[in-house]
Design a protein around this ligand. Structure first.
Ligand code: ATP
Ligand code: MG
Length: 577
């Protein structure tokens, strides 16, 4: 491609609304343009990168014997009503009507469509297992579309769905996708971790893993052991059974009887720490939640965070939210800040670490008062003790004896999920087994954010001058830069190299523009093609400069050598190195 003809151009300034590096760079280097919030056009360079990612995904899906299909984006609402999700999916689902006022949705995911499809196509165990996938535009009316392609409202996803005759089959299908995902993200040049995740709203039984690209701007927190392979999303990460310190209610002993103390307007843990001169580890923090229609109180140690997902799962609730202050006052008769587990008229869930405290401080269920010397073993109902808190950095690993948990930020680039029979039951996807009995298919679903990967890669691969693409997904393999369009030898050498490389199947972006060399080099750094071939003064001696974008290393080499190196690189790439 001749850069003089390239439809996009680079921008000097970062657009003000682009907050993160990947978004800024994609706009500045001319990979994408925004049409509306969370909705983007891929310019020629961006489209090429996206196709490379798609290709890697496709190759690995095909290698895992998944079969590619393409399903409609427009989905009849009836299907969503049949699965029971039309009502619960919420405002993320883009809804519309046709001219006959029939309701439709723009697909945010395709469980309903694929299950209906397979129900019609497959009726015998002989055709199972089967895994189908597609690479397709998805629509989700995200509450906060942001960070460019990271959270779009229209985005490209690879979604795959497996159908098995039994649960062991699902385990095998899941493992094949799990392994394929490792290869995909490796080939894309991503630093990532597969983490145990919560089953979330999509429902289903069994395991689920998220694939997290490590990045500071990631919205998710990963807790990973510094010793073994354990890694989990913070929502899911188990807190360790091993305790390092007991809350000891420093001012008391275990035997001391409960004492009410006057704590006017002292509502928060920080205020309690200040006014009573105790560490947060001595305090029992009580928070009231509404879980569906039920009110419950959850108690964790003052230095811990409540994990709403764990609470929700323990209660088997669909939705959970912290009760607002009016609700708290109505339900308990106590102003927020003074609710405590002792003598409370609500069901109380007590975190394991609280149950282990020798004694502690908690709200006294009376305005402006707290209890001291509250001994959980003696004073509290410990029938609902469980793990209700977020794991904390430095906690002992829940799996191995030596390790400690470290926290990382991550971008979810993929998700593998054992659905079980959630959809196949509702939508009647069944098959006849060897003895002619009807059985429900066992499903898994597997998503990859194809467009999100592009942003995630950029978060990991850039420097102050611009993008540094991993070779496997760079829009072009070579950036050929002609220093002076006025110099005939240079001009001719560059033209020959351009056609020579192209005839060998190498993808070349040829900067043939009549621009100053400084401008060209700056743009080349910004665009981020891994190797730059500079045709300058040395062209007369049959030499060019070979510049590696990542290291900045420069070498003057013979023209034939440059061609030979590319041919070798090309072989590496096609071998998936
Ligand atoms: P998130 O928690 O980030 O909203 P999700 O759990 O809703 O993700 P899935 O339903 O599992 O995502 O979708 C599969 C994959 O699609 C995700 O792993 C992610 O890579 C990608 N994805 C999801 N939502 C978006 C979005 N709004 N923009 C771009 N990619 C997305
Ligand atoms: Mg989402």
């Amino acid at each position: 491609m001749r850069q003089s003809q390239l439809a996009s151009s680079t921008l000097r300034e970062s657009p003000a609304d682009a907050e993160v590096a990947s978004h800024q760079l994609m706009l500045r280097a001319g990979y994408i343009r925004q049409l509306a919030a969370g909705i983007y056009t891929y310019l020629p360079l961006g489209r090429r990168v996206l196709r490379k990612i798609e290709q890697i995904v496709r190759e690995e899906m095909d290698a895992a014997d998944a079969q590619e299909v393409l399903m409609p984006t427009l989905q009849p609402a009836e299907l969503w009503k049949e699965s029971g999700r039309y009502g619960v999916y919420g405002p993320e689902l883009m809804r519309l009507q046709d001219r006959h006022e029939r309701e439709f949705a723009l697909g945010p995911t395709h469980e309903e469509v694929i299950t209906t499809l397979v129900r019609g196509e497959i009726s015998s165990y002989r055709k199972l297992p089967v895994t189908l996938y597609q690479i397709q535009t998805k629509f989700r009316d995200e509450r906060r579309p942001r960070f460019g392609l990271l959270r779009g409202r229209e985005f490209l996803m690879k979604d795959a769905y497996s159908f098995d005759a039994d649960w062991e089959g699902l385990d095998r299908s899941y493992k094949r996708m799990y392994d394929a995902y490792h290869r995909i993200f490796q080939r894309c040049g991503l630093a990532f971790r597969a983490v145990e995740a919560d089953a979330g709203a999509i429902g289903g039984e069994g395991g689920t893993h998220e694939f997290m690209a490590l990045a500071e701007i990631g919205e998710d927190t990963i807790a990973a052991c510094d010793c073994c392979q354990y890694a989990a999303n913070l929502e899911k990460a188990e807190s360790s059974e091993k305790i390092e310190e007991h809350g000891a209610d420093t001012a008391s002993s275990t035997e001391a009887s409960i004492e009410k103390v006057y704590t006017p307007d002292v509502r928060t843990i920080e205020q309690l720490v200040q006014s009573l001169c105790v560490p947060a580890t001595d305090i029992m923090k009580t928070v009231v939640f509404m879980a569906d229609e039920q009110a419950v109180a959850v108690v964790v140690r003052g230095d811990h965070e409540i994990n709403e997902i764990k609470v929700k799962n323990a209660l088997g609730a669909e939705n959970i939210a912290i009760a607002d202050s009016e609700t708290v006052a109505r339900l308990t008769g106590v102003p927020v800040g003074f609710v405590g587990p002792y003598g409370l008229s609500l069901p109380v869930l007590i975190d394991r670490e609280v149950a282990r405290m020798a004694a502690g401080i908690a709200g006294a269920n009376e305005a402006d008062h707290h209890y001291r010397h509250l001994n959980p073993q003696r004073d509290l109902d410990l029938t609902r003790v469980g793990d209700y808190r977020n794991a904390a950095e430095g906690d002992g690993c829940p799996r191995c004896s030596e390790g400690k948990l470290k926290f990382f930020r991550g971008i979810e680039v993929g998700h593998v999920f054992k659905l079980g029979t959630k959809y196949s039951e509702k939508l009647n996807a069944s098959y006849l087994d060897a003895s002619g009995r009807s059985q429900t298919m066992i499903m898994g679903c597997y998503g990859i954010g194809v467009s999100r990967i592009m942003s995630a890669i950029l978060e990991q691969h850039h420097d102050g001058n611009g993008i540094i693409w991993p070779a496997s997904i760079a829009p072009y393999q070579a950036h050929l830069v002609l220093v002076s369009t006025k110099d005939e030898v240079q001009q001719q050498t560059a033209e020959e190299l351009y056609s020579g490389l192209r005839s060998r199947g190498i993808e070349v972006l040829f900067d043939d523009r009549d621009e100053r060399p400084g401008v060209k080099f700056k743009d080349a750094d910004l665009i981020g093609i891994p190797v730059r071939i500079v045709v300058g003064k040395d062209a007369e001696a049959g030499k060019v400069e070979w510049v590696e974008r990542r290291s900045g290393n420069k070498e003057t080499i013979a023209i034939e050598e440059a061609v030979a190196r590319f041919s070798a690189l090309r072989n590496d790439l096609s071998a998936g190195v």
